[in-house]
Design a binder for this molecule. Structure first.
Ligand code: PNW
Length: 489
């Protein structure tokens, strides 16, 4: 990596001295000066050669075809079809029809120059009732998808759980039932065995925090439950256990050399000011604010403060379970959309989380407060705290109004602003040696945004849901250039 940067620096010095020796024509002087200034600026924003530029989706958000090829029902079919749960009563019945249109969409990815694509497998496509006999047609779809990606020169990253739990398992208690963790491991081992000849990277669970908080605490996501703190803490533990069991099952069944990790939406603790005391506070907060998952997975224990906070609501767990949860991973994926600001504090914790003031700027989705530094501090603190050697930003991106201009195009300058600033901070981390090896923009296509239905668009490619027409947005042109130049532009 350093090699790459120093070669560029050398090239810049050579280019600079050559320019000084030639006398430019009067007319082009200003032009060439600004172009070379731009070149210098860009080379200072470049990424290592092997950096994996990607984009991400999830099965229920894009596939549609919910009643095809033997697929069983998931909790999202049930939840989205019940009234009042999603914006405008939207469902994923058709979504982007990716199940049928994937080849065309991969063509679009290829035109952008994507090096990798993160998709998720729908558990009820592979095991319609969660356990038992697999449905060969389900797996067949993912085999064709992987083949098409490889043919386009795109490295597949496979997530095994992005929230579409088989309804049959929810009927038996879902993640509150310890058997679900075991069922997940069986499905994960089976699927990895079948795909790992062609897929090198597997992610067990996507966003454990969202599964537990939105699905079982707030009730805003499937299965729409609002459980008490004790039940939540216990199922939180089973979700972590599911990750560990699945990781071991994948290792037991997949081709040697397969890499396994996680995608967690950590609280990206960010110092309010970059001073020694606030940075120290953010470091402590990274561990404590992520004690329910990432710290447990990395350390094999729940922090003392976490257990103290939960008191009588603390989960029941065994030493053996904690060891399973902490089975060594090959990489960590983190999803970061917004910062969690932290300041130093005299309290026992030694830090305080600072909620955003009402006037704090955000993107179209109010929860996406703008804090590009989160993409510097998030990966930096995670890698320092737990000595991580390989990391990926498995999601980052934003919603935008995305209205069609009179010329039929979408000029999403706000999304470009967001991406440019976040990527600049990511580059800052990478240039300091933080081992982030790739970045997945959420998302390649507008899609079913869970409870927000189709109203919040996150794609860099616009989807007209009535016709399934795709229109690349300005942000797609921006990302194409970033990938092409391997630099923030
Ligand atoms: C992630 N929050 O969800 C998911 O992994 C994607 O499926 C989703 O489409 C994307 O982000 C955009 O929302 C999140 O409230 C949902 O902090 C909510 C939050 C974070 C992530």
């Amino acid at each position: 990596m350093l090699d790459n940067f120093s070669r560029r620096t050398f090239a810049r010095i050579v280019a600079g001295s050559a320019a000084a020796l030639t006398l430019p024509g009067v007319e082009s002087a200003a032009d060439s000066a600004s172009v070379s200034a731009l070149d210098n600026h860009k080379s200072s924003l470049s990424f290592p050669k092997s950096f994996l530029w990607g984009s991400a989706t999830a099965s229920y958000q894009v596939e549609g075809a919910v009643r095809e090829a033997g697929r069983g029902l998931s909790i999202w079919d049930t939840f989205s079809h019940a009234s009042g749960n999603t914006q405008n009563g939207d469902t994923g019945d058709i979504a982007d029809d990716f199940f049928h249109l994937y080849k065309k969409d991969i063509q679009l990815m290829k035109e952008l120059g994507l090096k990798t694509f993160r998709f998720s497998v729908s558990w009820p496509r592979v095991f319609p009732s969660g356990v038992g006999t697999p449905n060969p047609q389900g797996l067949d779809f993912y085999q064709r998808l992987v083949d098409a990606l490889l043919e386009a020169g795109i490295q597949p990253f496979c997530t095994l759980y992005h929230w579409d739990l088989p309804q049959a398992l929810q009927d038996k208690g879902g993640w509150e039932n310890r058997d679900t963790a075991k069922a997940f491991a069986d499905y994960a081992g089976y699927t990895a065995e079948k795909l790992s000849d062609k897929v090198k990277y597997f992610i067990t669970l996507n966003e454990m925090r969202t599964i537990v908080e939105n699905g079982y605490t707030l009730g805003t996501h499937a299965p729409g439950l609002k459980l008490d703190a004790k039940r939540v803490a216990q199922l939180n533990h089973f979700v972590a256990l599911a990750h560990g069991l699945a990781l071991r099952a994948i290792r037991a069944h997949a081709t040697p050399g397969t890499k396994v990790g996680i995608s967690d939406n950590i609280k990206a603790t960010t110092p309010v000011i970059e001073s020694r005391e606030h940075i120290e506070a953010a470091r402590k907060a990274m561990r404590e604010e992520n004690a329910m998952f990432l710290a447990a997975v990395m350390e094999g224990r729940y922090t003392d403060q976490y257990l103290k906070r939960l008191a009588a609501n603390a989960p029941y767990f065994t030493a053996e379970e904690m060891e399973i949860i902490a089975s060594p991973m090959d990489f960590i994926g983190i999803n970061i959309y917004q910062p969690t600001f932290v300041r130093a504090d005299d309290s026992e914790k030694g830090y305080a989380v600072v909620p955003p003031p009402d006037s704090y700027p955000h993107m179209l989705s109010p929860w996406i407060t703008i804090g590009p530094e989160a993409l510097y501090w998030g990966p930096k603190l995670v890698s320092e705290l737990w000595k991580v050697k390989e990391m990926y930003i498995t999601e980052n991106g934003t919603s935008s109004t995305d209205s069609l201009a009179p010329d039929g195009k979408i000029y999403d300058t706000d999304r470009v602003m967001y991406l440019r600033n976040y990527l600049t901070q990511l580059r800052r981390a990478v240039s300091e040696g933080v081992p982030v090896k790739g970045y997945f923009l959420w998302s390649i296509l507008d899609n079913f945004e869970w409870a927000d239905g189709y109203e919040k668009r996150f794609g860099i490619i616009y989807v007209d849901f009535a016709t399934q027409k795709r229109i690349p947005k300005l942000s797609a042109a921006f990302y194409k250039q970033v990938i092409h130049e391997n630099a923030v532009c």
